[in-house]
Design a protein around this ligand. Structure first.
Ligand code: NI
Length: 172
């Protein structure tokens, strides 16, 4: 297992549309393990494969709080098959360090996916889990939280991130 480098906005690889996983091979299982390890090391509540430069339709989520046992959820080839209601949640993203913003999402979603063994499942999600599923699924389509911000906030975050990434590469 290995902790992988998380890409930061505006890295163009975050805009890649991920490909469906044809088969859950040992290589895919290894990727899932690396993603989980990378998410826990960050730490974060979710990570999409595109965030580590692997354009496969996979994300991992663990919304357990610090005082709860961890509960890793793996979603391969996920799709939202039903959505209901609206909610606003203050979201963050490992690809936008230090940025949080209120984002509009569906309040409830039903997601269909394959688990880490390639077995199909459906899951009804609400609150943070629903938000995380929608956020991570966006990543697989190359859609980022900044795309869902208002025009002014979008400009501020874009400038802040570009400045941050420029100074990071200058000191590397
Ligand atoms: Ni994200």
């Amino acid at each position: 297992m290995a902790v992988r480098t998380i890409l930061h906005y505006p890295d163009p690889r975050l805009r890649e549309k991920a490909r469906p996983v044809a088969e859950v091979t040992p290589a895919i299982k290894q990727l899932v393990e690396d993603m989980a390890e990378t998410m826990y090391a960050a730490p974060g509540v979710g990570l999409a494969a595109t965030q580590i430069g692997e354009p496969h339709r996979i994300f991992v989520i663990d919304i357990a709080s610090d005082d709860e046992p961890s509960q890793l959820r793996v979603f391969i080839n996920p799709e939202i098959v039903a959505r209901d209601g609206e909610l606003v949640w203050e979201e963050g993203c490992l690809s936008f360090p230090g940025v949080t913003e209120d984002i509009d999402r569906a309040a409830k979603v039903r997601v269909r996916a394959l688990d880490a063994e390639g077995k199909p499942f459906e899951l009804d999600c609400e609150e943070l889990l629903a938000v995380a599923v929608q956020h991570e699924l966006d990543h697989l389509d190359g859609v980022l939280m900044i795309d869902r911000m208002g025009a002014l906030k979008k400009r501020i975050v874009d400038r802040k991130m570009r400045r941050r990434e420029a100074s990071r590469s200058a000191t590397r």
